[in-house]
Design a protein around this ligand. Structure first.
Ligand SMILES: *Cc1c(COP(=O)(O)O)cnc(C)c1O
Length: 385
């Protein structure tokens, strides 16, 4: 089976991790701050905080922005559940903005109309989590213009998007957002096995993310309530979590980061070949907005079910049986049983439902060989004929 996504681990990656195993620090050593600095410099953010997953990063990002009981968090229904769960972790309520059927990111018109309705009903969100689906950045400039008048905080869930650019600048510089989050799960662009990072330009948000990610404990005397009892003294000043990244993960991340631009370039090459080879089929190819340079985490096609005359499920199973590890990203989050149980009145996101009824992710990873891609293309063509 050719998988839909897969990591690439080089000998230098392995050597970097082994080096750490032989060193004095497996956690809380020099690798994590070095990795944070490298990513911050690479993408142009002031602060970077490494965490043990993007899910953890989203959670502490929401905490840092003050999201809590009675607040609302909005996100896209077409995302991994973590983009919404971070709101529930904070006891906030969650709602969804429908997607745009050209980019599959949130629809700006839906966002604006929903904000105006929420203004009337007094249910404006405190936080919006913007998902750069498949690696294609949301239209951040326009979104920040729309949300500015409503005093909404913006988090970019850039789990798919490290190495991508928006208007010629790397995703992660937080030019139009408060916090950006990356994932280093093995199917993403670069990996630390599990791992994530939160980036911001705001020193207070950076302080809070770090605090919540490490038990709410501080060793900084200026943050303490009492005078230090002695040099051993620390204080727990908030209820935080142990979301720390290990030294092994950070060493792997540093090594992987040196390949980031190459990985993204390879993904662009693969996308260009799919674009050229699949053009004539009864499918919709992923449109790229002119402002964006995608990290191409996923290559999603939308099937023209009527034209093909087979169901979404039939085509999916047929491709799997042909050895193509297709997948579906994503099931609309509000249709998950856990979300249904919450009993909110979600607006129906009809574009998200349409998308879900016909979306298929084709294999896409930096080290996919020409032979593998030729096989994917052949099987997709045969299957849709
Ligand atoms: C993978 C992913 C996450 C979660 O990342 P982890 O590092 O696995 O916690 C969150 N949001 C999106 C959009 C993702 O694709």
């Amino acid at each position: 089976m050719i998988p839909y996504g897969k990591q690439y681990i080089s000998q230098p990656d392995i050597d970097a991790v082994v080096e750490v195993l032989k060193s004095d620090f497996l956690t809380q050593g020099p690798q994590v701050p070095a990795f944070e600095r490298l990513v911050a410099n690479k993408v142009g953010a002031k602060y970077a905080l490494a965490l043990n997953s993007a899910t953890s990063a989203l959670h502490v990002a929401c905490k840092a922005l003050g999201l809590g009981n009675g607040d609302w968090l909005w996100t896209s229904p077409i995302s991994f559940v973590a983009s919404a769960n971070c709101g529930l972790y904070c006891e906030a309520k969650v709602d969804f903005i429908d997607i745009d059927l050209s980019t599959y990111n949130i629809c700006l018109k839906s966002l604006e109309q929903k904000l105006l309705r929420a203004l009337v009903s007094g249910t404006l969100p405190k936080v919006i989590v913007l998902v750069h689906l498949c690696g294609q950045p949301c239209q951040m400039k326009e979104i920040s213009k729309i949300t500015k008048q409503f005093d909404v905080k913006l988090i970019e869930d850039a789990s798919h998007a490290i190495g991508g650019k928006y208007r010629d600048e790397y995703i992660g510089n937080c030019r139009y957002s408060d916090i950006t989050v990356f994932s280093f799960h093995p199917v993403k662009i670069i990996t630390t096995a599990e791992g994530g990072m939160a980036l911001t330009n705001d020193s207070e948000l950076a302080r809070l993310i770090s605090l919540y990610g490490s038990h709410g404990i501080t060793r900084d005397p200026t943050e303490m309530c009492d005078a230090a009892h002695g040099p051993w003294y620390y204080e727990q000043i908030e209820l935080g979590f142990n979301y720390r990244m290990t030294e092994l993960q950070a060493a792997l991340g540093i090594s992987q980061l040196s390949q980031l631009d190459y990985f993204v370039k390879q993904r662009h090459n693969i996308a260009a070949i799919y674009n050229a080879e699949l053009r004539e089929l009864p499918i919709k190819l992923p449109l790229q907005h002119s402002d964006s340079y995608s990290a191409w985490h996923l290559y999603v096609i939308l099937l023209d079910i009527n034209e093909i005359g087979k169901s979404h499920n039939e085509i999916f199973c047929d491709l799997r049986s042909r050895g193509i590890g297709v997948n579906v990203h994503y099931i609309p989050i509000y249709t998950q049983p856990y979300y249904k149980k919450l009993n909110y009145k979600f607006d129906l996101c009809s574009n998200a439902e349409t998308y879900y009824s016909c979306a298929i992710s084709l294999p896409m990873f930096a080290t996919m060989t020409p032979d593998q891609q030729t096989k994917v293309i052949k099987e997709v063509k045969d299957s849709l004929r």
